[in-house]
Design a protein around this ligand. Structure first.
Ligand code: AMP
Length: 184
């Protein structure tokens, strides 16, 4: 159970939050049911509650920064970092970050993709909480953990708004702890 959330009240909040997630079948390609979070984002009270509940999950790791992946990961990651009073570090697609970068490649269903982080973004031993909106197959979060560890920092845990549990993505995240507010 989440700290500070009583069983009835907490469930009601999560039920309300769930009702603000819209399923979009066959987006961006056939067979994928996309979790559209924009109805939640447009409801300031509900979005604030989500950030508060995710902060409850994140604070037990005592991070000193949030590392989040573009683009929807930034929405949750930046709000969460500000709420928790810790720094925010962006992870982006290649060519988007202006300073020197480190890069990792990771496998997609067909082909590969890459992610980058500023080389000086994390000091050695920095305690990073990895944040994204959705955990699906786990490839994006696993690549982000590698970027964090390449810099000598510690990936304490991964925190998601939504986990698509049926895809088994958490098995790709090794010994890194995994938390999510909503599970499907
Ligand atoms: P994955 O690497 O497979 O875990 O995919 C995670 C990334 O893809 C996240 O950054 C999500 O924003 C996005 N994503 C994957 N599947 C979905 C989905 N069904 N609905 C919304 N976003 C998704």
């Amino acid at each position: 159970m989440l700290a500070g959330v009583d069983p009835q009240g907490g469930n009601q909040v999560l039920q309300r939050v769930k009702s603000l997630i819209r399923d979009i079948p066959d987006f961006p390609k056939p067979g994928i049911v996309f979790k559209d979070i924009t109805p939640l984002l447009s409801n300031g009270k509900a979005f604030g509650e989500v950030i508060g509940l995710m902060a409850e999950l994140g604070k037990k790791h005592a991070p000193d920064c949030v590392v989040a992946v573009e683009s929807r990961g930034f929405i949750f990651g930046a709000a969460l970092a500000a709420h928790m009073g810790v720094g925010f570090v962006p992870v982006r697609k290649p060519g988007k970050l202006p300073y020197r970068t480190s890069r990792v490649e990771y496998a997609l269903e067909y082909g590969t993709d890459s992610l980058e982080i500023h080389s000086d973004a994390l000091g050695k031993g920095a305690r990073a909480l990895v944040v994204d909106d959705v955990l699906a197959t786990g490839g994006t979060a696993a690549a982000t953990i590698r970027l964090v560890e390449q810099q000598g920092a510690i990936a304490l845990a991964c925190l998601f708004f939504i986990e698509l549990s049926f895809l088994g993505g958490r098995s790709k995240l090794g010994s890194c702890g995994v938390d999510a507010l909503l599970h499907y």
